[in-house]
Design a protein around this ligand. Structure first.
Ligand code: TYD
Ligand code: MG
Length: 453
């Protein structure tokens, strides 16, 4: 017999809890548990049905697996491991205004130019707005169909009419399934719309790309559940004040998630950036104190970026520390090591550190470069212009090698740098680059003549 009971359901991820708590134990979202009444049926004897597809030996199952179809946008194909797999569903997340709609318009036009039939459904902007943008960015292509529609059954009707190979829906949060009473963007709506589109994708071998909005803290808004139903989750990131946009895969059922795609947003839309290091270093001033070039690794991709530091003496009891593109906790730690282990003190000074080009450096490989930039700013002595520095700094002042040092050094050599300051265990450098090995930060500041031993 059916019984009703009250449970608490998370509006973020859909997990249920028997009691109300401030946090959802499944996804850590706070204040998202809402009381719902569910009807539970009594225990049922399990019954077996004929399987819809029989089990088979794994070796046979893997033959002729998913084959990606290239989009013809090298930076996107790189992230997707070759392109979009027919019948797959991809979710593209990103903050409002970062350029998701622009990117998907480029993607849709590229697919259409390769002879595929593409349907772009806009559920946020009018068809005129999208068409005007397409014209501006050169994304008008034969085989690219456009419709403004927000109601799910109508979208499926459009798919019946147009019979596309690729369907783009911008965005899943503004789509409405009339069978669900809830408002668009709610968990029930988003889940229902996404599941219907996933079913359609599998049924027709239709490739689907959905836009999903993200909240301020960078999580996909509402539909955590959505991440589980789609095959690939892409994120589109960038700083509003800079032209650089980064494309990454955070989940990819058909390949790795280590590749990074780079684009530049301009008046004519997005352009791929095949050689980012050259772009980041284009306006570098050489021979100024406080500037260090560091080879960082983002996914598998080495990037050369310039780190800058400015140190200004102050009488204020609490000197300021600002970090742009660098983690502020990491900066505080590097300053402490610099003070205690290398004798470079900034306790009576404001310290500002920034990374050029709107890049965010999240890895410890930039520690040595941060320390050298600050030491160079304190002493007002510039570092050699053709030198790069990379290495992780331990609390005791020792230098450790970081992941992919060989690839970082190769990138530095490719761009014409002639020397690298690196930890003792660094691999042999490529031709044209000399490695100055240092076991500690004290060695490094002495080797660069910033501080006398
Ligand atoms: P959009 O693709 O609408 O972002 P999203 O869909 O993620 O909300 O892009 C919005 C921003 O991009 C807008 O503020 C202006 C900028 N932009 C350009 O700089 N150049 C262009 O060619 C286009 C189309 C947009
Ligand atoms: Mg948009």
């Amino acid at each position: 017999m059916a019984r009703s009971k009250n449970v608490y359901r998370c509006s973020e991820c859909g997990a249920e809890a028997p009691q109300w708590t401030g946090w959802c134990s499944a996804c850590d979202a706070s204040g998202t548990l809402e009381q719902v009444t569910v009807t539970a049926s009594g225990p049922r004897a399990p019954s077996s049905l004929a399987p819809s597809s029989p089990a088979m030996p794994i070796a046979e199952a893997s033959v002729g697996g998913a084959v990606p179809v290239p989009l013809g946008i090298p930076e996107a194909d790189r992230v997707l491991g070759g392109g979009l797999v027919p019948g797959s569903v991809t979710l593209l997340g990103g903050e409002p205004g970062v350029g998701k709609s622009t990117f998907l318009l480029h993607l849709a036009a590229a697919a259409a130019n390769q002879g595929r039939r593409v349907l772009y459904v806009t559920a946020e902007e009018s068809a005129q707005q999208v068409a005007a943008r397409a014209e501006r960015i050169g994304a008008v292509a034969q085989g690219l169909w456009l419709a403004a529609e927000t109601v799910l059954p109508q979208v499926l009707g459009l798919v019946d009419d147009v019979k596309p190979d690729l369907l783009v829906v911008d965005s899943v949060q503004t789509l409405l399934d009339p069978e669900q009473g809830a408002v668009p963007g709610s968990l029930a709506q988003v889940r229902s719309c996404a599941q219907a589109l996933v079913a359609e994708a599998k049924r027709r071998e239709l490739t689907v790309v959905l836009v999903g909005h993200v909240t301020k803290d960078g999580a996909l808004a509402g539909p955590k559940v959505l991440e589980h139903v789609v095959d690939t989750v892409l994120s589109f990131e960038g700083d509003r004040h800079h032209a650089l946009r980064l494309l990454r895969a955070t989940k990819h059922r058909f390949g790795g998630t280590h590749e990074l795609g780079l684009f530049e947003m301009g008046d004519g839309g997005l352009m791929g950036v095949p050689d980012p290091s050259t772009l980041f270093l284009a306006d570098r001033q050489v021979g100024v104190p406080g500037s260090v070039v560091v080879p960082v690794l983002d996914g598998h991709r080495p990037l050369l970026v310039e780190l800058q530091a400015l140190v200004v003496p102050t009488q204020a009891p609490m000197p300021r520390r600002t970090a742009q593109g660098v983690d502020s906790g990491r900066l505080a730690q590097v300053l402490a090591v610099l003070d205690r282990r290398a004798g470079v003190s900034v306790v009576k000074a404001d310290v500002h550190v920034a990374v050029s080009g709107g890049v965010k450096v999240r890895e410890p490989g930039a520690d040595l470069a941060i320390a050298l930039a600050v030491a160079s700013a304190v002493t007002e002595r510039p570092l050699p212009p053709q030198m790069v520095a990379c290495g992780e700094l331990g609390l005791c002042g020792g230098l450790r090698q970081v992941l992919g040092t060989d690839r970082r050094l190769a990138e530095a050599a490719r761009l014409g740098f002639t020397s690298a300051l690196a930890p003792s265990s660094a691999p042999d450098p490529p031709p044209g680059l000399r490695v100055d090995r240092c076991s500690s930060l004290l060695d490094a500041v002495a080797a660069t003549r910033l501080v006398q031993r």
